[in-house]
Design a binder for this molecule. Structure first.
Ligand SMILES: Cc1c2[nH]c(c1CCC(=O)O)Cc1[nH]c(c(CCC(=O)O)c1C)Cc1[nH]c(c(CCC(=O)O)c1C)Cc1[nH]c(c(C)c1CCC(=O)O)C2
Length: 387
């Protein structure tokens, strides 16, 4: 397995050098020494010479241009990923630190994005809590025994990251030796994980999870507490292993209205973000269909709010004040002709009007059949800002 990373190491470094060679004007400033990280984090020592644009933007500091990365930037739209997937299943990639690190590096090399995101799935830590599941192609996670009662909730084991996901922590340590951009660690938020655990798989109307939430309120909070505690431990372990930022994916919480969010979800999210605060690592809080929840989610916590493509950026800026934002190009725009991509990227940059604290991203993850050159084009366009 060493060969997988070893073989590509030279290419990776060559790619990065090429990328630096192309840097112009303001971008050079982006490669200055990283600002100090809080003590106790292993990432601190290895941040020298790292492109720290995303860390500065996450702190709300001015940058010569917005940093850019993409949710699901490693995946099936890449030929290189498809090649690796011919040899390994998704869980095999994740459980093999060298291969997971290699997949994490693919978009950094191929696109020149300003951050890497650890290659894993939101379901990865669930195995370590005693949940049996499959990742079904074209569908998503399928839980063997959905949680519907007290017995199911009690059967969930506390997560001990060093024992349950040592491969994730090892992948982070390997990546920190290779990367010249910050590494984002991530986890699913309790509601989004609960939706898979209770529904048994992806859902359209979230009827099972809502029935459980409304009908068994005490048990619901017990389930959310267990997931909150586990994800706090998981994210903490990722930061200690070297992750420079963390993103919490509450992908499906947009299924709830603000009153339900306040009652059934917000107290748990508050606890999660409180637990992460002492780590001193910026945390991005993201959801889809969450425009109506934005203020509640911001109150729950997070240093950066992820915006989906239904949320007007200027409106979000009004609502959020100085809180940094991430987003929010519609992933479908990547299927459009290049002139449209240029127009839409330009629109978002104009909407942000050069304000500090903007991380350029999509409003949700890259879709499987997205043309690779269109993704690369977005990176070029964002980098033009500082040219
Ligand atoms: C809801 C969710 C999941 N997983 C994730 C979320 C939250 C983000 C979001 O809202 O999109 C998070 C995730 N999953 C994956 C990553 C990798 C890092 C990255 O962003 O590059 C991340 C951040 C790998 C993956 N996880 C999965 C793939 C699909 C590719 C494959 O099977 O090889 C990848 C690259 C599988 C998965 N896992 C999940 C789904 C819906 C799917 C897709 C099913 C399909 O369409 O086949 C659950």
């Amino acid at each position: 397995m060493e060969a997988v990373l070893g073989l590509d190491r030279g290419r990776h470094l060559a790619g990065l050098q090429g990328q630096e060679g192309l840097l112009k004007g303001g971008d050079v400033g982006a490669l200055r020494l990283a600002a100090k990280l809080p003590p106790g984090l292993p990432g601190a020592a290895s941040m020298e010479g790292v492109n720290d644009l995303i860390l500065r933007a996450a702190r709300g500091e001015p940058t010569p241009r917005p940093p850019v990365w993409f949710m699901r930037q490693a995946g099936r739209y890449q030929k290189s990923y498809q090649e690796i997937r011919k040899r390994y299943t998704l869980p095999e990639i994740v459980k093999n630190p060298e291969v997971a690190a290699e997949v994490t590096l693919l978009p950094v090399r191929e696109l020149g994005v300003d951050a890497a995101i650890l290659f894993a799935d939101i379901t990865t830590p669930l195995y370590g809590m005693g949940v049996a599941l499959d990742l079904v192609e074209g569908k998503g996670p399928v839980i063997h025994k959905p949680i519907r009662d007290k017995e199911g909730v009690e059967a969930l084991r506390p997560l001990v990251p060093e024992e349950a996901v040592p491969f994730v922590l090892e992948a982070i340590r390997l990546l920190k030796k290779e990367l010249k951009v910050p590494l984002i660690g991530f986890a699913g938020a309790p509601f989004t994980l609960a939706s898979y655990l209770v529904e048994g798989g992806p859902s359209r109307h979230f009827l099972q999870v809502k029935a459980f939430m409304y009908g068994e309120e005490a048990l619901w909070h017990r389930l959310m507490e267990k997931l909150t505690e586990a994800m706090a431990r998981y994210l903490e372990a990722q930061a200690r292993a070297g992750a420079d930022l963390l993103q919490v994916f509450d992908s499906w919480v947009g299924a709830l209205g603000p009153a339900d969010y306040r009652r059934y979800v917000k107290p748990h999210m508050k606890r999660l973000f409180q637990a992460l605060r002492p780590l001193g690592v910026p945390v991005i809080h993201f959801g889809v269909g969450t425009m109506g929840l934005l203020q509640e989610m911001r109150e729950a916590g997070g240093d950066v709010m992820g915006l989906d493509h239904h949320t007007p950026l200027p409106w979000a800026r009004e609502v959020l004040g100085n809180t940094p934002v991430q987003g929010n190009l519609d992933p479908a725009v990547l299927f459009a002709p290049k002139e449209v991509i240029r127009r839409e990227v330009g629109r978002i940059l104009e909407e942000n009007a050069g304000r500090a604290g903007h991380i350029f991203n999509l409003g949700h993850g890259i879709l499987p059949k997205t043309p690779h050159d269109h993704v690369a084009y977005v990176v070029e366009l964002v980098k033009e800002v500082a040219a």
